[in-house]
Design a protein around this ligand. Structure first.
Ligand SMILES: O=C(O)COP(=O)(O)O
Ligand SMILES: [Mg+2]
Length: 225
């Protein structure tokens, strides 16, 4: 069974504004203003909560902030959990592309470094959870991307087999995950980190979801008769 696995943040959905607002809220709470810009810092948002907090502490001149980051991370998650879908939208054409793949018999799933419960909640709120046969998050297994184990779990839980699967993502983490799993990687170029994607040397770049069906057909090996 051919399978397409998707990253979530920056690949299926533009979550950047809600992520940045949640990170900023940690600092606003204690009178330190709003260190992150909702547009300029979108690339950092897609690298995850800790990356955003690290950038915010740097802007505030806090040196060596790792302990502060760990202390603020649960506060960030609590803010984010309350505001998952205020601005977040699926990227144009994503739902249609997934439906087209499903219609052609592909299995589809999600492998994200978001905590599983948050990802479940967000996908349900966006009305797309039922489109995906699997959802593996940062805490579903003891390891997260770029370890290949969550990717393999996402493929297998969707009913597929790793040798006939591909990963669609938006970051070096996704690229490294695909390489570790031995599968092709497609990196999207409609997001804020588009200029960085070619240097990651993916099997393909994708500027629009309308390209996905043909890419999947080309990159996933045909079944051996
Ligand atoms: O939250 C993160 O660290 C990134 O999430 P993603 O793996 O869905 O891009
Ligand atoms: Mg991502």
């Amino acid at each position: 069974m051919r399978t397409v696995i998707f990253d979530l943040d920056g690949t299926l959905a533009d979550t950047s504004r809600d992520l940045i607002d949640a990170a900023n809220a940690c600092f606003e709470d204690v009178g330190l203003g709003l260190p992150l810009d909702p547009v300029q810092d979108a690339t950092t948002a897609f690298l995850g909560g800790r990356a955003m907090l690290r950038l915010a502490f740097q802007r505030l001149g806090v040196a060596g902030p790792e302990a502060e980051i760990e202390a603020q991370f649960p506060v960030f998650l609590a803010h984010y959990a309350q505001n998952l879908d205020r601005h977040t939208r699926m990227y144009p054409g994503a739902v249609e592309a997934v439906e087209q793949l499903r219609g052609a018999g592909y299995r589809v799933g999600i492998c994200t470094n978001k905590p599983e419960a948050l990802a479940e909640d967000l996908l349900a709120r966006l009305g797309v959870r039922d489109l995906f046969g699997s959802l593996v998050g940062a805490d579903t297994l003891p390891v997260r991307k770029p370890d290949p184990a969550p990717y393999r779990a996402a493929v297998e839980r969707a009913g597929g087999a790793v040798p006939r699967s591909i990963l669609i993502g938006d970051s070096a983490t996704d690229r490294n995950t695909a390489r570790a799993a031995g599968v092709p990687c497609v990196l999207v170029t409609f997001g804020p980190a588009a200029a960085e994607m070619p240097a990651l040397d993916p099997e393909a770049l994708m500027a629009d979801y309308a390209e996905l069906f043909d890419l999947a057909g080309r990159l996933i090996p045909q079944a051996v008769p």
